[in-house]
Structure formats: structure tokens, C-alpha cells
Design a protein around this ligand. Structure first.
Ligand SMILES: Nc1ncnc2c1ncn2[C@@H]1O[C@H](COP(=O)(O)OP(=O)(O)OP(=O)(O)O)[C@@H](O)[C@H]1O
Length: 364
């Protein structure tokens, strides 16, 4: 599914002038600093805010100013999940979910989900007769997701669905989001200013700052682009997807085949052939010129250096983008090292090297 959006307008002093075209297959993350306009874009897509512009979702035109076309919110098949679950307080969990289905019947739209399937997927079976007031924050958010999905949306809009939750509850909710992502084919737009959430969930990314789109595309491409601000963030990282092709039960390790190499990762539970995503932090990557021997580091992968850029906020650091494989044909990773080491080893564009990544740093 492609989302083609362009919105222009003002909210008080804030100016939005954002345009993007994104393949919303799976989860597309809208990422950027607070106040940049992410929620406003989501509201424009849902039809809750009317700015001038255009919007088409999978070829269906929802807004076209030139043609004076603007679908009202109820004519857009979207499911909306807010920061704080807005459930009907007087209705049980079951009736809240069924309310979603009724709404869906009116908009008539995307894939129809069976109540039982969603209840299983979101782990709601023990909660069905409870009132929202008797639910924890994480449980409320799970019901809110279920209700949004019961309306058979073509597009799911999630506005920082985890931001009101404490760290532990967030961790508890993640597996549900990951399962939804895997089990349902519904495209989602997921707003967050926390990159660690999007690293785990997003396939594509739209970067928003001060009301403008600064880049959009596959998550991995944007993370490994030295021209974008993601790389200079302290927590810069690259998400890679791989398949388990070996399980070492003795040591609790699995081998993941990723594009251009293999990585050994700690894991207590694994199935052969399953797809896994992992995040490699720039600060966990180091480099050597010769193949290291007798090292405790389990992952030493041949790479080709693609770029080396001095970190703007701290010129003693250098961000190195390297592609896996001797010929640099594989996935890109990012390593942050001192400028001293970078100069000493001559790690410049075109150089061959080995990237070292501690397995422990890749623990889920
Ligand atoms: N009703 C309003 N009137 C005036 N200004 C508004 C209104 N709603 C939002 N704004 C301003 O518009 C800007 C964009 O807000 P928006 O909520 O879209 O940003 P955001 O990127 O989603 O931020 P956050 O991550 O903090 O939720 C902000 O500067 C905000 O203060």
C-alpha cells in the first residue's frame, strides 16, 4: 500500500509543510522531535484536521483540494489509537471491542478480524467482562488496539501508544505489537519520538522536523545515512533482520544469517529458520584491519568502509558506515569510534576491515 500525502497549514505559530510518499507495508514510523508535527500529520490523515493538500491511500483519494474533495473522518477507514486509551468507561472490554466492529460496519472497509482472533492475539480473554477502570494502563492500550482493529480499518494510526506507560509495561506490550505486526497484514503509521520503539517495529520511516519531512524510506537506509540526524544521536543504531540457521543450546546462542554475513546472538528460545530483528548500536561496534585472533568477541565480520564522518557534536568521535562482506555487498552497519583510532587504522572510504560486535551487546 502506498500513502501519498502533502499537507500545508498553520496551527497558531506552527507551520506544517509536509509531503511524503511511503510504501506502508507493515509499520511506517513517523519519527522526530517533540512538537515537529507528527500528531498533526496523523490527524490530517484521519481527517480530524483540515489543512490544504492532498492525500491518497492505496490509490484511493481521501483529499484533493483541486477537486474540492475531502472525505469526512467517518468516511476514512482508519483505526486510531491514541497516547492514552480512550475507551468508553461505561462499557465492558467486550462491548468496547464490539463498538469498534459496529463502526467498521458503517465505514465498510479493510480486512475483517474475528473477535476471538484479536482477543487471542492481544491476550484479552480474561479481561472481557471488566470495565476500563479495572484495567492497567497496558491492558487498556491492548483493548484500544483491539477496538481500532475491530473496525476493519485499511490503515491503523498509532499515536505514541506506549508513551504514557512505564518502562516495564512498555516491555510487556511490545510482544503484542510485534505479534500484531507479524500476524496482520494491515498497514500502520506509528508516531513516536523514541527510536528504540521504531527500531523494533518499523519497516519504513518518515523523519519529521519543524513541520517538514526531512527524509523517508526504509528504516535501515535512513539509519545508515550519514547525512541524516539519526546517525549523530547518542543512541545511533542500525536494525538488521536475519534468519536463525544454527542453535547452540549449550551456550544459549543462535546464529543469524543477515544480508552479507552471520551474527552470533544470545537467545534462550529460538526456532530454526525464524526471522529475527536485532539492533546494532554504533557504540557497540569496533574495527580492526586484520582478522582478530584469540578474542572474546564472537562477531568479527569482514566489511568495506563506505564513509567516515566526524561527529558534529563531538569532533573526537567518528561515525563509520560499513557494508558487510569483503566487497561491501551486504547490509550496512554503523560504528562510532574515536578519531584517533580511525586515523591510526586508516579507516576511510573503500578500506577493508573487520567489524567486531560483542554478542552480549546483541542480547534481546
Ligand atoms: N490547537 C493548536 N493550536 C496551536 N498550536 C498547536 C495546536 N495543536 C498543536 N499545536 C502546535 O503544533 C506543533 C506540532 O504539534 P504536534 O502535536 O503535531 O507535534 P508532535 O511532533 O506530534 O509532538 P509530540 O511528539 O510532542 O506529540 C506544536 O508546536 C504544537 O504546540
Amino acid at each position: 500500500m502506498t500513502i501519498n500525502a502533502a499537507f500545508k497549514g498553520n496551527l497558531g505559530d506552527f507551520t506544517l509543510d509536509a509531503a511524503f510518499e511511503i510504501l506502508a507495508k507493515g509499520v511506517a514510523g513517523l519519527f522526530g522531535p517533540s512538537g515537529g508535527g507528527k500528531t498533526t500529520i496523523l490527524r490530517c490523515i484521519a481527517g480530524l484536521e483540515r489543512f490544504s493538500g492532498n492525500l491518497s491511500v492505496n490509490g484511493e483519494v481521501w483529499q484533493d483540494d483541486a477537486a474540492k474533495l475531502f472525505r469526512k473522518p467517518h468516511q476514512r477507514a482508519v483505526g486510531y489509537v491514541f497516547q492514552e486509551a480512550s475507551l468508553f468507561p461505561h462499557l465492558s472490554v467486550r462491548r468496547n471491542l464490539l463498538f469498534g466492529a459496529e463502526r467498521g460496519n458503517k465505514t465498510g472497509a479493510g480486512e475483517t478480524f474475528k473477535l476471538d482472533d484479536l482477543v487471542d492475539l492481544l491476550g484479552l480473554s480474561a479481561l472481557m467482562d471488566r470495565a476500563p477502570a479495572a484495567l492497567s494502563g497496558g491492558e487498556r492500550q491492548r483493548v484500544a488496539m483491539g477496538r481500532a482493529l475491530m473496525s476493519s480499518p485499511r490503515l491503523l494510526l498509532l499515536d505514541e501508544p506506549l508513551s504514557a506507560l512505564d518502562r516495564q509495561t512498555k516491555e510487556e506490550l511490545f510482544p503484542y505489537l510485534e505479534d500484531l505486526h507479524e500476524a496482520l497484514s494491515i498497514p500502520s503509521l506509528y508516531v513516536s519520538h523514541d527510536m528504540s520503539e521504531l527500531e523494533r517495529l518499523a519497516d519504513t520511516l518518515v523523519l519529521i522536523d519543524k513541520g517538514r519531512v526531512i527524509a523517508s524510506g526504509p528504516l535501515h537506509d535512513l539509519q545508515a545515512d550519514p547525512a541524516l540526524p539519526l546517525m549523530s544521536a547518542p543512541e545511533a543504531a542500525v536494525a538488521l533482520t536475519g534468519r536463525t540457521n544454527e542453535i547452540d543450546k549449550t551456550y544459549g546462542l543462535v546464529t543469524l544469517a543477515v544480508n552479507g554475513g552471520t551474527l552470533i546472538v544470545p537467545s534462550r528460545q529460538a526456532r530454526l529458520g525464524e526471522e529475527r530483528r536485532l539492533s546494532i548500536k554504533a557504540s557497540d561496534v569496533s574495527f580492526t584491519r586484520a582478522a582478530p585472533q584469540e578474542t572474546s568477541i564472537l562477531n568479527c565480520l569482514p566489511v568495506k568502509i563506505l564513509s567516515a564522518n566526524v561527529q558534529e557534536r563531538d569532533p573526537t568521535h567518528v561515525n563509520i558506515v560499513a557494508a558487510l562482506g569483503e566487497n561491501g555487498e551486504g547490509a550496512r552497519i554503523v560504528g562510532r569510534i574515536t578519531r584517533k583510532s580511525q586515523e591510526k587504522l586508516g579507516l576511510t572510504e573503500g578500506a577493508n576491515a573487520y567489524a567486531q560486535i560483542k554478542s552480549i551487546a546483541l542480547a534481546p
